[in-house]
Design a protein around this ligand. Structure first.
Ligand SMILES: *Cc1c(COP(=O)(O)O)cnc(C)c1O
Length: 472
């Protein structure tokens, strides 16, 4: 057993009924695999991965009740029973008036952006998200970051690092004019800042500001249940409230939500666009038939709709699922922190974020430290992680220059109910060893850079440095 100063693990609130075999390839084969993948963990074959912490999106283990609900699916093209169950469950859990199913979160972002954004508009938000910003830009908008400054500092212990800076928000709206601001986007928690939550107090203030300026407030609800958990834990007055009640209170402060149900809803695919405004709903329904399919299935099968309906309800039926999830993330975080591995602080919701700049100080940002660390971690341990740094940030839509985010992170995201504490110990040992050998990790350079969301499909080669440069 490994000793840790951190929080004690709580027992899994479930038992395991079906298993999937995983294998650890020998080191030489792992090195070959990552090279063939162009040093991009997205391009690895999953069968070459031992523990897969690439993402918590669609990688969840479903309950037996979700699986059995799938057998009762109604696969009618139009007006299926499964559609109504999906809509009613989403309405009950999230509280919005109209719910449109879509195949995943970015489809909701696409439809919303196409309807609301006109060329030249600005969309203020609390730190960019990759697909969200791209859809805003494709509709002709410009994303403006109004997150508090603490979010850009991996060491800041602010309890709600996802909060919006009201001064920055008001200044952005003032500068553009409120008629050029089709909506304000709030992510809660903020994925790119390290899974950092937004406080109810901040949401209330942002909501009041938007309502007085007559600007809709749109929630990115992918992990909103996680955000509710942090409010319960850290914000006065919420300790005795259920996650379900806190979530409804959060949503009631907003006018619409784009949802990737591949996260909190414990499903493998799906999402929705939820709105309170009927006119907006009609427009969204109409675009849905162009891009997703009829508005009563939105690119999903009846089976998916059934799994999602159960998933929404189960995500807040008890707080135990989230308590265990957060405890798992904290366990991994604490093991790494005890070994002095530089991390984003405080520990966030869905993942542990390694501070690649601090772990590989010999690399400049142009040498892609987080990408390099991901590749090295896989070669060392067979663990797959994701880059969240300069590669993910992409290029400025106007100037073509690289965005240079302050945070250069490697994300270890935990799929829900998939891995055990022993797996987490193995991951911790692999990360600690990779960090210890950090100074031998070479930087990377692009050899193929796709135009959109380059981090998914880019390929890289190691940077070969001159001897003189290497000695510096
Ligand atoms: C995953 C995610 C999205 C996009 O959803 P997809 O289902 O991957 O299309 C948007 N916002 C956040 C915060 C996410 O984590």
């Amino acid at each position: 057993m490994t000793e840790t100063q951190g929080p004690r693990m709580i027992p899994e609130p479930y038992k395991i009924k079906m298993v999937e075999r995983v294998r650890l390839l020998p080191r030489a084969q792992r090195e070959r695999a990552i090279k063939e993948a162009g040093h991009n963990t997205f391009l690895l074959r999953s069968e070459d991965v031992f523990i897969d912490l690439l993402t918590d999106s669609g990688t969840n283990a479903m309950t037996d009740t979700q699986w059995s609900a799938m057998l009762q699916a109604d696969e009618a093209y139009a007006g299926a029973r499964s559609y109504y169950r999906f809509v009613e469950a989403a309405q009950e859990v999230y509280g919005y008036r109209y719910v449109l199913p879509v195949h995943q979160g970015r489809a909701a972002e696409h439809i919303l952006s196409q309807i609301l954004i006109k060329p030249g508009d600005i969309v203020p938000g609390n730190m960019y998200f990759t697909t969200t910003r791209l859809h805003q830009e494709l509709a002709g908008g410009v994303f403006v970051d109004v997150i508090i400054k603490e979010a850009h500092d991996p060491g800041s212990e602010h309890p709600f690092k996802g909060n919006l800076d009201l001064g920055k928000l008001a200044a952005a709206v003032e500068k553009a004019g409120s008629h050029r601001v089709p909506y304000v986007a709030v992510g809660a928690p903020v994925n790119m800042a390290g899974g950092q939550p937004v406080s109810m107090e901040n949401l209330r203030q942002v909501s009041a500001f938007c309502r007085s300026a007559k600007i809709p407030l749109v929630l990115d609800a992918a992990r909103a249940v996680e955000n509710a958990w942090f409010i319960k834990e850290r914000e006065p007055g919420y300790a005795d409230k259920s996650l379900k009640a806190i979530l409804r209170e959060m949503c009631a402060l907003t006018d619409a939500a784009a949802m990737s149900a591949k996260k909190d809803a414990y499903a493998n695919i799906g999402g929705f666009l939820a709105v309170n405004d009927e006119g907006l709903y009609r427009e969204a329904q109409n675009l849905c038939v162009v891009y997703e399919g009829l508005h009563t299935y939105g690119g999903l099968s009846g089976r998916d709709l059934e799994a999602l309906a159960r998933g929404f309800l189960e995500s807040v039926e008890t707080d135990e699922w989230m308590a265990h999830r957060i405890a798992q993330v904290r366990y991994l975080w604490s093991r790494l922190d005890d070994a002095y591995v530089p991390l984003v602080r405080p520990c966030g919701g869905h993942a542990v974020f390694l501070d690649a700049k601090a772990i590989l100080p010999h690399l400049s940002q142009e040498e892609l430290p987080a990408q390099s660390l991901c590749a090295a971690l896989y070669a060392q341990s067979g663990v797959r992680a994701m880059e969240r740094g300069i590669v993910s940030a992409g290029r400025d839509a106007k100037t073509g220059e690289n965005h240079k985010p302050a945070l250069e992170l490697v994300r270890l995201a935990l799929p829900r109910r998939v891995y055990t504490q022993t797996h987490l110990d193995y991951v911790a040992d692999g990360v600690i060893e990779t960090a210890r050998q950090g100074n031998s990790v070479p930087g990377l350079k692009f050899v193929y850079e796709p135009k959109y969301l380059r981090f998914f499909q880019a390929r890289f080669d190691p940077v070969v440095r001159s001897l003189a440069a290497a000695r510096r």
